[in-house]
Design a protein around this ligand. Structure first.
Ligand code: NDP
Length: 279
């Protein structure tokens, strides 16, 4: 039976460390503010935004909230971002995604100053990660690296298979595992023999966006399994991309859903906010 990687506990540890860091910075007169922009009233986005603001308060940084109506134009949003880019009090800018369909998400991501891009989605941030330069790293993959390291998982030289190649999870995840000297295979919807490839993984990271897609037979005995997926059924019960009961019989270490990768995303956002205060 696999040992559980406790994302709740690890994220709480990280938040405590960040709280101590912000207190130290405050003594040197350095304070931080995150600007959070939400366009429209998507209920899931509202929950995320609320949790992000709560986390800021907990670790001791300020937050500014911009709750814009659904009909906000792209130009209005770009103008606000331009103002926040110039605002010396604001260290980090976050636009909660998805934005309404009439707004071009790419233009919004590109408009945020890379110095304040705490989500790590700007092409300059992604480029820096690709060539091994300093820059903000996308929060979910960065959180997975912390989960692995703080659970004592050796990454160097291991075979890592990533299921999914999205810009926010799969691709940056692959780059981070490469930076840690894993041998990385990225798989996607056109991959042939996915099961065989997964069976070769010492570390299997699943971000496929399909409920319980990865069953026990995809997993090598003793592998480390990281489940990024989040799915809610009609009774509000949460599931991952991995069939937990089966996978936990094969894996040596596994992240549960909930309580695995999920809590790490906000912890790493806070980490990026603290980094932005030191720029
Ligand atoms: P996307 O839908 O953007 O990407 C899914 C990826 O899976 C794509 O690259 C797709 O391939 C690939 N894929 C789809 N079907 C298959 C298949 N049959 N075989 C192999 N690969 C396949 O999802 P995200 O990366 O944004 O998110 C993935 C999951 O993680 C979701 O459940 C999401 O809710 C969750 N999530 C959780 C977060 C957290 O904080 N815990 C944060 C972000 C996401 P192709 O590119 O070819 O289409």
């Amino acid at each position: 039976m696999a040992q559980i990687i406790d994302g709740k506990k690890i994220s709480a540890e990280i938040k405590e460390e960040l709280k101590a860091k912000t207190a130290e910075l405050k003594q040197k007169g350095i304070e931080g503010t995150l600007a959070v922009i939400q366009v429209g009233k998507d209920p899931a986005s509202s929950v995320y935004v609320r949790n992000k603001k709560k986390a800021c308060e907990y670790i001791g940084i300020g937050s500014q909230s911009y709750e814009l109506p659904e009909e906000t134009t792209q130009e209005e949003l770009l103008d606000l971002i331009a103002d926040l880019n110039q605002d010396k009090e604001v260290n980090g800018i976050l636009v909660q995604l998805p934005v309404p369909a009439h707004i071009d998400e790419k233009k919004i991501i590109n408009a945020i100053s890379p110095q304040k891009d705490v989500d790590g989605f700007h092409p300059e941030s992604v480029g820096s990660l690709t060539i091994g330069q300093q820059g903000f790293v996308s929060c979910t993959p960065a959180g997975i690296i912390e989960l692995l390291k703080r659970s004592g998982v050796e990454i160097d030289g291991k075979n890592c298979v990533i299921v999914g190649r999205s810009n926010i999870v799969g691709k940056p995840m692959a780059l981070l595992m490469l930076r840690e000297n894993a041998t990385v295979t990225i798989t996607h919807s056109h991959t042939k023999n996915l099961k065989e490839i997964c069976q070769n993984a010492d570390i299997l990271i699943v971000a496929v966006g399909k409920k319980e897609f990865i069953t026990g037979d995809y997993i090598k005995q003793g592998a480390v399994v990281i489940d990024v997926g989040i799915h809610r059924d009609e009774n509000n019960k949460l599931f991952g991309d991995v069939k937990y009961e089966e996978a936990s019989q094969k894996a040596s270490l596994i992240t549960p859903v909930p309580g695995g990768v999920g809590p790490m995303t906000i912890a790493m956002l806070m980490h990026n906010c603290v980094e932005s205060m030191m720029k």
